[in-house]
Design a binder for this molecule. Structure first.
Ligand code: AGP
Length: 590
């Protein structure tokens, strides 16, 4: 997803902007650019590809002595990934960078063309610059409010106005933007990782506020020029949490962190389940998220329905937000999101809140939009997750759902104390599983030259397959499909070819033989099968097994194996593991 950085101060503006963009690289992008300004001019330099290519171009350019600047990494939405469409964009007296999607850009563009504006790019961003410029008379604040009143869509904007040499401007709707406070310098950025080298004091810009930044001051201005008192948050990210710490990729580092962050996340609740929200009064639960977060929710659905008997759905946010959802007063909507900035998940949350429905969120980034707007925030303690493919955050989302289901079901369980002990053992068991990384390299060796793979299972095992399939496909580009094991023979089995990898997940004693039969079906058609199960349900010495623990915890043992298989396979295929093509870490646009 696009990244935005802005700086005004005495440091080398180019260096601050590039440092910020490099910290945002993990968000995914296909072009980048900066705009430098001083009293006399505005200089724009852009390039396609990685930031180091932009940096080379900048270093070959005679730069102005800048006093402020804005910068951007673009993840193409309107218009292809080329230099023309890269940000910043300049129209008239306005130069800006933008994250988001302007849904009514064509309508606005027509109006501006009729006013005599000309456009050089295919982007919605250039239309925004022209729109602001068209309203600019002697007060940029009025011009900004008039412009955003015309806009339908999402935006985070960082703006230079030619007439105002002392300030940068920033404003947002749906897309995140925050301000950084320095000593005789100030900043803005899409997320705080871009600024932690320079400050630990932040202001999270709210919708409807315009930030006016000078070297010595940040003003927040509301509609009709009201001054808004900023709420300053001090946030420190450990240096250690930001780098790869010697691992080759962030994805591997984050998988290897799982025992520690599991312990950190679940321990407080194991000591006191009352710290978890009591969901027993709800009559139905809608779990709503995107991607892996939705698959974590799918596991939550199976566990809550099976062990707590509360009707539960797990739905994709981009569908949920537009469908006619059946609520009653006793409905709970649970959002799941690592970043807390996924546009569709935010929209689903806001839709539920508009209907007066209680919302809860399992979220990692404590300062995110979802964390700040939801009724009941529940935090995982994953720390910053940089790799685009989520691993530790997904595992912790599942862990919280397991604990929620366990709390709901506890009084009806035969052996709650044993299950509690299983939870206590999990971080150590996961560590032991991760230590067997060589086993998973061996599996990767057997599949990395395939172009297709299947993951099959029943009930919660199918939900695990969904994430195993997504993980492998998004980092290795092998086309993977998760399928309900019993459903294969209704069409999909026609795709099974000789040597095609099929992973079978078996954790439920009552479903073991059924899934095993399905695995035999594909084996008889030439598939190369890999069974991942528990030592108690083992079907042969070939199986990959994990210690047999309760249904609430065994999923936490299987997932790291699938994550490492995906990682090792992608490595053998020479993929860009931390920044897979076309993907973004946080999809802040629809
Ligand atoms: C997972 O590996 C993907 N990066 C993606 O599916 C992600 O889970 C999804 O975009 C949701 O992101 P969120 O958790 O930040 O809302």
């Amino acid at each position: 997803m696009c990244g935005i950085v802005g700086y005004i101060g005495k440091k080398n503006v180019k260096d601050v902007l590039l440092t910020g963009l490099k910290a945002l690289e993990y968000r995914g992008y296909d072009s980048a650019g900066i705009a430098l300004r001083n009293d006399d001019e505005i200089q724009i330099i852009k390039n396609t590809g990685r930031i180091k290519k932009l940096e080379q171009k900048i270093n070959q350019t005679k730069l102005i002595k800048a006093t402020s600047g804005i910068a951007h990494t673009r993840w193409a939405t309107h218009g292809e990934a080329n230099i023309t469409n890269a940000h910043p964009h300049q129209v008239g007296k306005i130069t800006l960078v933008h994250n988001g999607i302007i849904e009514n850009m064509e309508e606005l563009k027509t109006k501006l063309l009729n006013k005599g504006y000309e456009f050089k790019t295919e982007t919605d961003t250039e239309v925004v610059a022209a729109l602001i410029d068209s309203y600019l008379d002697n007060d940029i604040i009025d011009a900004l409010y008039k412009a955003v009143d015309d806009i339908v869509g999402s935006y985070a904007l960082g703006i230079i106005s030619e007439d105002d040499k002392e300030h940068l401007y920033a404003l947002r709707k749906d897309s995140p933007l925050l301000l950084g406070i320095g000593q005789e310098e100030n900043f803005f950025a899409s997320d705080l990782t871009a600024l932690t080298d320079y400050t630990n004091k932040f202001i999270f810009l709210e919708e409807g506020e315009i930030a006016k930044l000078s070297q010595n001051k940040i003003e927040l201005i509301g509609a009709n020029h009201t001054q808004i008192a900023p709420e300053i948050k001090e946030i420190n990210i450990e240096e250690s949490e930001k780098g790869k710490q010697g691992y080759e990729h962030f994805m591997l580092k984050e998988i290897m962190e799982e025992p520690v962050v599991l312990e950190k996340t679940i321990k407080p609740y194991l000591n006191n389940l009352d710290l978890l929200p009591d969901l027993s009064t709800y009559k139905q639960i809608h779990i709503v998220a995107c991607g892996s977060a939705m698959y974590a929710g799918l596991i939550g659905k199976y566990l809550i329905e099976k062990y707590a008997g509360i009707p539960c759905t797990a739905e994709v946010a981009s569908e949920y937000r537009y469908k006619n959802n059946i609520y009653d007063r006793k409905t709970l909507v649970i959002l799941v999101s690592q970043s807390g900035e996924t546009a569709d998940t935010i929209a689903a949350m806001r839709e539920a809140k508009k209907q007066g429905i209680t919302t809860m969120a399992i979220v990692n980034v404590k300062t995110s939009t979802i964390a700040r707007e939801v009724d009941i925030p529940l935090f995982i303690e994953a720390g910053p997750e940089i790799a685009v493919a989520t691993t530790k955050a997904y595992l912790l989302q599942v862990a919280l759902f397991s604990l929620i289901a366990f709390k709901l079901a506890k009084n009806n369980l035969e052996n709650p104390d044993k299950i509690l002990k299983d939870f206590e053992k999990i971080p150590r068991i996961v560590k032991e599983i991760l230590d067997k990384r060589e086993n998973y390299k061996e599996i990767a060796n057997q599949i990395y030259q395939n172009e297709n793979a299947f993951f099959i299972g029943r009930q919660m095992d199918f939900a695990i397959c969904e994430e195993g399939s997504l993980k492998l496909k998004e980092v290795s580009y092998i086309h993977c499909e998760a399928k309900e094991a019993g459903e294969l023979k209704h069409g999909t089995i026609s795709l099974i070819n000789k040597g095609m990898p099929v992973f079978g997940i078996i954790t439920d004693e009552n479903l073991r033989d059924k899934t095993l039969a399905n695995i035999k079906e594909v084996e008889s058609r030439g598939a190369k099968t890999f069974i991942i199960t528990t030592d108690k349900l083992k079907t042969s010495d070939k199986d990959i097994t994990v210690p047999n623990t309760s249904a609430f915890t065994v999923v936490l043992e299987i997932v790291p194996i699938l994550q490492l298989i995906a990682y090792e396979t992608a490595k053998l295929r020479g993929c860009d593991i931390d920044k897979p093509k076309n993907l973004a870490k946080s999809v802040t646009v629809e």
